[in-house]
Design a protein around this ligand. Structure first.
Ligand code: ZN
Length: 461
């Protein structure tokens, strides 16, 4: 087998890895790179392989850095199957339709702002997405399927977000049985809602993520105690808690944790508002798969008529619903997107909340450099929110343990579960510090030296 890393190599975006087994070519993920989508020279515009030569595409999970360029494969002439789990199929359809609409509006607004510039093209449109969705081949966890002659795919639960999969490919080479595994993104252990990542034995070749390879995150119990204290403070001060959260995964996790807090921890409930139309649609999909959650989570959610909803949780759909929250008096919790505060309705809630020292902002997601969310997490004194400056007086709490990514200990545990004897291993999807920190931990289970590949590097394995 030959493997070439076309993205997420020494960085965390643009996941895309090409496998060549004999004369068959299989692409794992096709994610969006961070950066300017409209840049004609940017990595999102051009493929570094020919999509028409592919025989199959396998998708690990529905985050944009893993699916964001799938419709571009259709545009470039790929007509084969896309293998994914049933929830990933549902979520991907919604995420990419949303992305197509945003790109269409961006192009329209861009030419309105500056008619002298030639209009930039969207990466893809709704037609491409509909065509893509037609090609989905949904495959549940733990059901091996021969996707090409002699090449068998099995998905295992990765516990990262709903539908996330560890990808196992079994094939024969030179008469020998070989097992290749790609982790996609792996979840944390013992986080309550989703099960732990499934261990896989007898791996010959491993490609693993490393996002938090240099970090130890707080355990669930400690996070819940911190959340408890923040909610109690808001009740005491009759104030608001603002939680910026990604619509997919983090929003549902936070709603679940708050329900858990109110039910199992006997914390006095306060109203929770989820203000994001995309979150609402994604939460509906989360209700369709009750079997995806841990038995404890199902027991808790069965107490309410609808998963991720209770008498304390309200979803805002329209702009009017959202605007009404401006006049809500505390105590109340508002969960809104985007997770890094650089777009979406969250900015309106921050404008109304950041100057009051009684309010709290709780950061539960990764915040990239230069985003408004990063400035808040770093405790900036003043914030520019949509062309206006505000003093940041509200209390800021950073609880990044709610992340959907395995930390160093979780990754070490999963590597150990493999039983060792891995022949070759590659670290992807991490910043340089995480990759370097994780390499010696992984090395304990691997025969050859662990490799941190560069983009477009190829290896015979
Ligand atoms: Zn992910």
């Amino acid at each position: 087998m030959r493997i070439t890393f076309h993205g997420a190599a020494r960085q965390v975006t643009g996941s895309a890895h090409l496998l060549e087994i004999g004369d068959r070519r299989i692409l794992l993920d096709c994610g969006l790179f961070d950066g300017d989508r409209s840049d004609p020279e940017g990595p999102n515009r051009n493929f570094t392989f020919d999509p028409r030569d592919l025989d199959a595409v396998i998708v690990s999970h529905a985050h944009n850095d893993h699916i964001g360029r799938l419709p571009c494969l259709i545009r470039a002439g790929y007509r084969g199957p896309f293998y994914l789990t049933p929830p990933t199929g549902d979520i991907t359809s919604i995420m990419l339709r949303d992305s197509a609409r945003i790109q269409r509006d961006d192009v329209r607004n861009g030419s309105l702002r500056d008619p002298s510039k030639p209009p930039s093209e969207p990466l893809f449109d709704l037609n491409d997405v509909e065509w893509l969705v037609e090609q989905f081949e949904r495959l549940p966890y733990s059901e091996p399927k021969e996707i090409l002659p002699g090449i068998t795919l099995t998905f295992h639960n990765a516990g990262h977000i709903l539908g996330s999969a560890l990808i196992q490919i079994d094939y024969k080479e030179n008469g020998k049985d070989r097992r290749f595994v790609f982790t996609g993104d792996m979840g944390r252990r013992a986080m309550g809602l989703l099960p732990d990542p499934v261990p896989i034995k007898d791996i010959d070749i491993l490609v693993t993520e490393s996002t938090y390879g240099n970090r130890e995150l707080d355990p669930s119990e400690k996070l819940m105690k911190q959340l408890h204290a923040i909610v109690a403070r808001a009740t005491r001060l009759q104030s608001k808690i603002i939680i910026p959260a990604f619509s997919l995964g983090r929003t549902q996790r936070m709603v679940y944790c708050l329900q858990e807090l109110f039910t199992n921890y006997k914390v006095r409930p306060i109203p929770v508002y989820v203000d994001s139309p995309l979150s609402l649609r994604l939460t509906d999909i989360h209700r369709d798969y009750p079997e995806a959650y841990t038995p404890e989570a199902r027991r808790l959610m069965d107490k309410d008529p609808m998963y991720f909803k209770s008498k304390y949780v309200d979803y805002c759909e329209t702009w009017d619903d959202s605007r009404r929250l401006n006049s809500v008096t505390g105590p109340a919790i508002i969960i809104s997107s985007s997770g890094m505060c650089d777009a979406g309705r969250i900015r309106h809630h921050l404008r109304h909340a950041v100057e009051d020292p009684d309010n709290a902002i709780v950061i539960v997601s990764y915040q990239a450099e230069k985003t408004l969310g990063r400035q808040i997490a770093d405790g900036a004194e003043r914030l520019q929110i949509m062309d206006q400056w505000f003093d940041l007086n509200a209390a800021v709490y950073v609880l990044d343990g709610f992340s959907g990514h395995a930390d160093r200990n979780d990754l070490a545990w999963w590597f150990e579960q493999s039983g060792g004897g891995i022949e070759k291993a590659f670290l992807v999807h991490g910043d340089p510090e995480s990759l370097e920190a994780l390499a010696p931990i992984l090395q304990k289970q691997v025969i050859d030296p662990v490799i941190i590949p560069n983009r477009l590097e190829s290896f015979e394995v």
